[in-house]
Design a protein around this ligand. Structure first.
Ligand code: HEM
Length: 217
């Protein structure tokens, strides 16, 4: 039987970034769908005001997160790989219901399984930028400084609003799936605890793979 060790998986900044991003995206969805007229809670004007403030905060957070990922080299965690991808898919569809072992062993150096790599890559490289760009076009098309944007020959706000709303629904779908998947770690709460405390109990790999980069509690 392999030894288990408590390993630092998520640094303080990573946890702050994760929860701040989650909070801001939830708040943006909440205010955004009020702007979309799905319900009325804050009132249309305030919903727009708070949506804009949260959007600016998210942009600042993203700038810091990009800097952190580049300087720490952690961006490499998100490079998609086809290795083990079918096994991982089979695990989520069948294995998980038969108590099969996880096909990808989590280590301090490889935090994400191949499906997570692919999903987060899509989120960071396509969905979040598309949300942000459509949101900024929406914001500046409307306001006096929008002259420059009009020169991009955007005919109407309609296409921007539709693009931004599609992104919002896609993000909501991601959040729902994400909530389910965080319960599929070694135990139901293992992934959540790791993102709260930074630490997770992992099997020690041969050659001490989990003892190199992670700190032990
Ligand atoms: C930096 C990112 C974002 C920016 C700059 C941004 C900006 C905007 C702006 C300017 C509007 C229109 C407000 C108005 O009518 O004056 C809007 C609407 C909206 N936003 Fe965002 N937003 C961002 C992120 C998000 C996120 C993350 C979500 C959801 C997860 C979201 C969901 C929505 C929705 C549903 C609407 C209503 C669209 C409609 O019905 O036309 N936004 N956003």
């Amino acid at each position: 039987m392999k030894n288990k060790k408590i390993v630092l998986i998520y640094s303080g900044f990573e946890r702050f970034w994760h929860w701040a991003q989650a909070g801001l995206i939830l708040f943006l969805a909440f205010t955004g769908f009020e702007i979309h007229s799905s319900y009325s809670f804050l009132g249309f004007r305030d919903a727009i005001r708070y949506h804009n403030i949260a959007a600016y905060l998210l942009i600042v957070l993203i700038v810091f997160a990009v800097f952190w990922h580049l300087t720490t080299g952690e961006w490499r965690q998100y490079i998609p790989t086809s290795r083990n991808i079918v096994a991982q898919l089979e695990y989520y569809v069948f294995g998980i219901f038969r108590n099969a072992p996880h096909p990808t062993k989590k280590t301090a150096l490889i935090k994400l399984n191949p499906l997570q790599k692919l999903t987060y890559f899509g989120l960071k490289v396509f969905l979040l930028p598309a949300t942000l760009i459509s949101g900024l076009l929406y914001m500046f098309y409307r306001h006096p400084g929008a002259g420059t944007i009009e020169s991009l020959t955007i005919r109407s706000l309609g296409s921007i609003a539709i693009a931004h709303t599609i992104c919002a629904f896609a993000l909501a779908a991601f959040l729902i799936t994400h909530l389910y998947l965080i319960t599929t770690g070694e135990t139901v709460t293992a992934n959540l605890k790791a993102m709260l405390t930074g630490f997770e109990e992992l099997e020690e790999e041969e050659g001490g793979r989990n003892s190199g980069s992670g700190r032990h509690a």
